[in-house]
Each structure stands twice: as structure tokens, then as C-alpha cells.
Design a protein around this ligand. Structure first.
Ligand code: PRP
Length: 211
């Protein structure tokens, strides 16, 4: 088996930042700078082949072995619990998973709490830990609308700068967990490409803020 590593990176700003770290770690790929519509970029010299996918799809590529390694947000790992190894915290793409709502919202324990979110597993686990009964409302985006329109009492969502909440008159009511970008690896690749995966992890940890 060839030891070239197939790497799934998240499309967009986070992916660009992460690629810069791979480059600093010695895994540059000049082909990436060429304009065009190619989807796969390879540097045989540095032993890597990159492809960019929707951020929430990275874990699927890695879990199923289409990619040996990838970079995914901790939110996706907690929500979908893919069967992959988590090797490194990049310390970038930092944000928080929070319970948010109207600033004057007071939870009445006598009533079932209506929670709107994209992250139903994270929300379910969080409230199960508190022993709080909830009515889950699964939405796919623009979650902040739910408490404004009275669809839910609160939301569980990602807060990065806090701008979306501020501009819509909402506030953080409690924090669920910290989120950041993680290096993940396919379980079989970790065995059969052990040397390459280990070297990549070591080199990336040397150019990363959080070790
Ligand atoms: C995320 C999240 C918040 C926003 C938080 O939305 O769901 O709406 O970013 O960022 P901020 O604190 O910096 O304002 P995203 O852009 O992923 O869109 P969507 O959830 O509405 O699909």
C-alpha cells in the first residue's frame, strides 16, 4: 500500500488556515495555488493528496476510509460520534456551544423546555446530564429565529464572535462546551500507514498553538 496520505480538509476559511499549518509542517502542495476547477491536489514529493469537502462531511470521508486523515470541528465529532481517532487539537476555529435565548428568559422547571437546534445529540446529552426534560425542535439553520418567533424557549448553537446573538437581541444563557478544529484519522489507516500518520501528527503538533 502506498504511504501517500489522503487528507480531507474543510472548504472555506478554516480549511485555508489549516492548510497553512500543513504547509508549515512540511506538507505543502504547489498544485493548490494553480487556478482551475480541480478537486484533488497532490504532492507526491511530500506524500500528500488533498481534497476539500463540506466541513460537516470531513468526518464521513475519514470514517469510511476515503480519506486517511482530516480536519473536523469538535461540534461535528460530538454530534455524529464518527468511529475515528482524534489525534490533535489545532487550537483554531475556536468557538463555544451555548444555550442562548432572550436575555430575560427564566427557566420554569414545572414546564418542559422547548429547545431548537441543529445539534440534537449535543443538546440531548447536555440536558440529560442536567436531568431536564426537553421538547427537541430540530432545525437546519438560522436557529436564532426560533426564540424570537416563539418557536422555542432557547436554542443550542455555536457562538463565535457573538455578533449574531447581539444583532438579534439574544444572549448566552449557559455554556455547553468548547469547540475547536481537530485532526482525525481513519482507524485502519492509523495501522497500515502508521509511520506516515504518526509523522504528520508530530510535525503538525510542532506548528500548532495547542499541543
Ligand atoms: C453559525 C451559528 C451562528 C453563528 C455564530 O451559523 O449557527 O448562527 O454562526 O457566529 P457569531 O457568534 O460569530 O455571530 P452559520 O454561519 O454556520 O449558519 P447557520 O447555522 O445559520 O446555517
Amino acid at each position: 500500500m502506498s504511504d501517500i496520505l489522503n487528507v480531507a480538509l474543510p472548504k472555506g476559511r478554516l480549511g485555508d488556515k489549516v492548510y497553512a499549518l500543513f504547509e508549515r509542517a512540511g506538507y505543502g502542495c504547489p498544485e493548490l495555488l494553480e487556478p482551475g476547477r480541480k478537486l484533488i491536489f497532490e504532492s507526491a514529493e511530500n506524500g500528500v493528496r488533498y481534497f476539500f469537502v463540506k466541513p460537516s462531511d470531513v468526518a464521513i470521508y475519514v470514517e469510511r476510509g476515503a480519506a486517511d486523515v482530516g480536519v473536523a470541528g469538535k461540534d461535528i465529532l460530538l454530534e455524529y460520534t464518527p468511529q475515528v481517532y482524534e489525534l490533535l487539537d489545532f487550537g483554531i476555529g475556536k468557538c463555544k456551544m451555548c444555550v442562548c435565548g432572550r436575555p430575560d428568559f427564566r427557566d420554569d422547571p414545572a414546564r418542559t423546555l422547548r429547545v431548537a437546534t441543529k445539534f440534537t445529540k449535543i443538546a440531548r446529552d447536555y440536558y440529560a446530564g442536567l436531568g431536564r426534560q426537553i421538547d427537541m425542535i430540530h432545525l437546519n439553520g438560522s436557529i436564532e429565529l426560533a426564540p424570537i418567533l416563539g418557536l422555542s424557549d432557547v436554542i443550542v448553537d455555536i457562538v463565535e464572535t457573538g455578533a449574531t446573538l447581539r444583532e438579534n437581541g439574544l444572549a448566552v444563557l449557559s455554556q455547553v462546551c468548547d469547540i475547536s478544529a481537530r485532526l482525525i484519522a481513519n482507524r485502519v489507516s492509523s495501522k497500515f500507514k502508521y509511520e506516515a500518520v504518526t509523522q504528520l501528527t508530530r510535525r503538525l503538533s510542532q506548528v500548532t498553538e495547542v499541543k
